[in-house]
Write a protein that binds this ligand. Structure first.
Ligand SMILES: Nc1ncnc2c1ncn2[C@@H]1O[C@H](COP(=O)(O)OP(=O)(O)OP(=O)(O)O)[C@@H](O)[C@H]1O
Ligand SMILES: [Mg+2]
Length: 368
């Protein structure tokens, strides 16, 4: 969106407290945050897009989203089918792939960030690319080199660090990364570059495992990177030395389920309230897991945040029913879907929900 065009999109005015916390977060300079869970379908993409839109439209932030999932769901959500078709029909769309590709060709970092401006979300977007899946190999090979202190490997590993130093120069307040559900090489490069990670999670046993995986895996990567950097020939030639090794946990978002019914949807968002015997059991298990999440977070991610400074629970996302598919078909944030009748109430809930998440997100950015 061009300068001067930003506006309060939802009509929900910012409180003084919200304005202050935003100004404080902004004053701290450009921040990079990734949204990660190695469990799929937990609402990562929906959260990144709507939080990014909330920060851009209502708070007036300059926001860059980077679609690092080769499935390109974020790009399709933000741009719509027609525009996506137009872009992906070209032989070589300017995308996140264009950022990594020059490294594979031995040409160093790409010279600029290719962005598009989705009409209704207020943020800038580096579009996703199915070819990103091809780059996993390059990043994986170069990671072996990076761990051994090789400058080429380190340079490739820091591809997103370079992107962030460019975004900083372009004065983006927030750079948000949507990621696919894996602990692969692309996601490793992102997690080693950003300042913070947020974990969107479903309330199920797999998300508990995901938290454990994230904590352990990232800690190993950081150690390996540190030892690689320790023996590298000239680390000062790498981008943004300052930013490295500071990864912190910013918080988690839970997806609220209604009682699980027999017709549990594949996505994990369930509407059916048929409480039979086995369903009751599942509901009880759900309540138990929900109760244990804070302790699990504390145990598995303790080294990534200060428990005394932030409350990591950024919010609970309730099931917004068919507002979600409507938001996708209109390519507009959940809180701005154009519809009447019962949708008005759902949209109001979405407005309050994402405003609250954005406020907690900003608060933790400032306090962390
Ligand atoms: N609050 C919500 N209410 C209803 N449906 C939702 C909500 N949030 C997300 N969904 C739906 O759940 C599905 C999965 O969400 P999403 O694509 O955001 O998950 P994801 O974690 O990004 O998945 P993947 O692992 O494939 O990247 C989508 O169809 C989305 O529309
Ligand atoms: Mg996704």
């Amino acid at each position: 969106m061009a300068k001067g065009q930003r506006r309060v999109a939802t009509g929900l005015p910012l409180t003084m407290d919200q304005t202050n916390v935003f100004n404080e977060a902004k004053a701290g300079g450009s921040k990079a945050i990734c949204f990660f869970n190695n469990k799929g379908g937990v609402g990562k993409t929906t959260l990144v897009a709507n939080l990014g839109a909330q920060l851009a439209l209502d708070f007036g932030a300059k926001v860059l989203l980077v679609d690092c999932d080769p499935q390109c769901n974020l790009t399709q959500y933000a741009l719509g089918e027609e525009k996506s078709l137009e872009i992906y029909s070209s032989a070589d769309p300017a995308s996140v792939y264009s950022i990594i590709r020059p490294l594979a060709l031995g040409k160093g970092y790409s010279s600029e960030i290719p962005v598009v401006k989705p009409e209704k979300f207020g943020f800038d977007l580096v579009i996703g690319d199915p070819r990103l899946a091809l780059q996993e190999d390059l990043l994986a090979q170069d990671w072996r080199d990076a761990k051994a202190g090789g400058m080429r490997g380190l340079q490739t590993t820091f591809v997103f660090l370079d992107l962030l130093s460019k975004a900083n120069k372009l004065k983006y307040d927030f750079v948000l990364f949507d990621m696919g559900p894996s602990l692969g090489a692309i996601n490793r490069s992102i997690l080693l570059a950003v300042d913070f990670f947020v974990v969107p999670m479903a309330i199920d046993i797999f998300s508990i495992w995901a938290i454990r995986n994230i904590g352990q895996t990232v800690a190993v990567w950081q150690r390996e990177l540190k030892s690689g950097l320790g023996i590298a020939e000239d680390p000062s030639e790498l981008p943004d030395v300052e930013r490295r090794e500071k990864l912190k946990f910013l918080g988690y978002v839970t997806q609220q389920h209604k009682e699980r019914g027999a017709a549990a949807s594949k996505s994990g968002f369930v509407e059916n309230g048929d409480v039979g015997g086995s369903v009751k059991k599942i509901v009880l298990a759900y309540q138990e897991i929900n109760k244990n999440i804070p302790a699990e977070i504390k145990k598995s991610l303790a080294s990534f945040y200060d428990d005394g400074r932030i409350d990591p629970h950024l919010g609970e996302i309730r099931h917004l029913g068919s507002l979600a598919p409507m938001s996708q078909s209109q390519n507009t944030p959940l809180f701005n879907v154009a519809a009447g009748g019962s949708y008005i109430q759902l949209r109001k809930q979405a407005r309050e929900l994402y405003r609250d998440i954005a406020t907690n997100f900003l608060r933790n950015l400032v306090a962390a």
